[in-house]
Ligand binder design. Sequence first.
Ligand SMILES: C[S@@+](CC[C@H](N)C(=O)[O-])C[C@H]1O[C@@H](n2cnc3c(N)ncnc32)[C@H](O)[C@@H]1O
Length: 269
Amino acid sequence: MPIVTFPWPVIRPPLEWIDQAIPVFSPRSEEERSKDRFDGNPSNVDIYTGLAYGYRLFGEGAAEGLYRTMSSLVLAQRQCERLLDIGCGVGRMLYDCAPALPHTQFTGVDYSYEMCRRAARILQSNGELRLPAWQHRGMSQAVLRGVGPLPNVHLAQANALDLPFAAATFDTVTATLLLCRLSDPLRGLAEMVRVLRPGGRLLLATPFGYLDAVQWQALAGPGKLREILSSFGFRIEEWFDGLVYREVIDASGNAHDWRVTVAAATLVP
Ligand SMILES: C[S@@+](CC[C@H](N)C(=O)[O-])C[C@H]1O[C@@H](n2cnc3c(N)ncnc32)[C@H](O)[C@@H]1O
């Protein structure tokens, strides 16, 4: 098996590898993966790729307000040696920021094997990627070219609720559209705090679009998130609600809108 080459401490070894290249820290059974919309259906991975890279593939800007907001928060930082993007999906934030900050080591983790695989294909190779699933939605056959290999990007499969990294490892932690996909969003926040160094920054974007009554009770909306971040010792530096993230469904312009809250906060030492 390959040797883990992360430039920082992991607290347990990977138990499997995806394609002999991506370490797996929180293995999932075939059955678990097949029930997860982010992991079980390859055409969904094409759909998420088209949503995240729609501006490149189709000239579609519907998601750009969100992605450019997050990348501008990352790029505005003065000092960041190590950044962790939790729930990195198909790697859009890493794609935008890693080439611009060559001295920052970027780590992307996702629970989904297929999302990790797709992120690797885009960030660690320079091959062409075609997305036939979008043709069924009336979009043109478009090709995305990988930008890899990016030497400062590291990918791993891991669970946001049980990260394999030592405490206080990262200068910045980001999570875009992740919090409301977690079964236990409070535990997810506690893990973010654990791996962030004192003085480090948390950049969050979440629409609070839960699918489960328990999650609504745990962290219903922006007011509660603010309260929890303050109780963890964060100083909030930027906050706004109502950023529209539009998920385009098809060539007719049908879409889902998400109302996203964006927060940038520093963990007070
Ligand atoms: C809506 S997507 C957002 C992806 C990416 N952050 C973006 O904005 O393009 C949510 C991602 O969170 C991942 N995810 C869900 N639960 C997770 C968990 N427990 N640990 C890590 N990733 C998780 C999913 O696999 C999926 O890739």
